[in-house]
Ligand binder design. Sequence first.
Ligand SMILES: Cc1ncc(COP(=O)(O)O)c(C=O)c1O
Length: 379
Amino acid sequence: MGRPRPERLERLPQQYFVALLGRVAAAAREAGPPLVDLGRGNPEVGPPPHVVAALRDSADGEVHGYSPIRGLARTKEALAARYRDVYGVELDPETEIALVPGTKTAIVELALALADEGETILLPDPYYPDYPSGPALAGARLETFPLHADAGWAPDLDAAPAAAALYLNYPSNPCAVCAPEGVFAGAVRWAERTGGAVVHDAAYVDLVFDGRRPQSFLATPGAKDAGVEMWSMSKTYGMAGWRIGFVAGNAEIVERINLLNDHNRVGIFEPLQHAAIAALEGPQDSVAARVAAYERRRDTLAAALPVPFVCEGTFYVWIELPDGLGAERLLEEHRVAVAPGEGFGPSGAGWARLSLAVSDEAIALGAERLAQAFAAVVA
Ligand SMILES: Cc1ncc(COP(=O)(O)O)c(C=O)c1O
């Protein structure tokens, strides 16, 4: 085909995780001891058996035609119940919840739904590397502002500039902190001051450690006027491959997502929705077990590494690398893959993200190799 690609595709940044997976796969093929891959954030344990059974059982029914475009009412009611019971938030399932095939899709759709060409989308830096893709497709301008480790990676939103939308993410990937005191209220004030919309990404909302309680942005007074929250089945229930999530909160923004869905896709396979309902309404002990496993692996790393780190939630550790030790060297010389910090924005330079979503054995081996690598450069 002789025609050039449309400009909007040319604007897309390099996809960080696709590049990372390629680099790690190439390193794994090289001669040497088996690689320890702490680079990728992919839940290592799937959903509990009753969730898989709900998928299997409902797949035997009359579910193979097109499903309702905007999702089953029951699915959205199940999420509304979760918000009411766990996060203390009342949502109208019909108007304040949209169903999406994974929140990665919503990250892009929200940029299309909120920003006109040339308008700005604002990101605190470090940020989740998928965020720039939506603004690129929307023709929006990306503006970042730096966060600082010594301020607990907390943004000063009262000083943040105006924009069509501000993306926030707590617990934070990659910084592994929960929402610092007052940040959600600051986000509401930012929206009131600028007229922009807040997009809060709650992908890891339930994976919080040391007895913390899961915290929704929507529980903040004024939040439903200010914006929306993305809520994912992927991390809480180990359903990352299933592709099912939600956008909840401001009814006008939810309607815009539904409008895009009306044009873009035809519902979500019903058995997936029945499985999501089973996960949301059934026993929650698998979530507690997941949290306990991530805490345990975090503690293994903390005991082994000479550099202290903060890890309040998610399934990542965000750590500053000593001078002379980059992600490339860790991969090539020490056979440990990590996610290089600079991929999360300029403020991530010199840092690395380590995944806890691997086996205990992989964490133990990774901790040993990392400790040796750190010792080699510090000595
Ligand atoms: C911060 C953050 N947001 C969103 C996503 C995408 O999640 P989903 O599986 O719902 O598309 C991820 C996945 O790793 C993530 O880390």
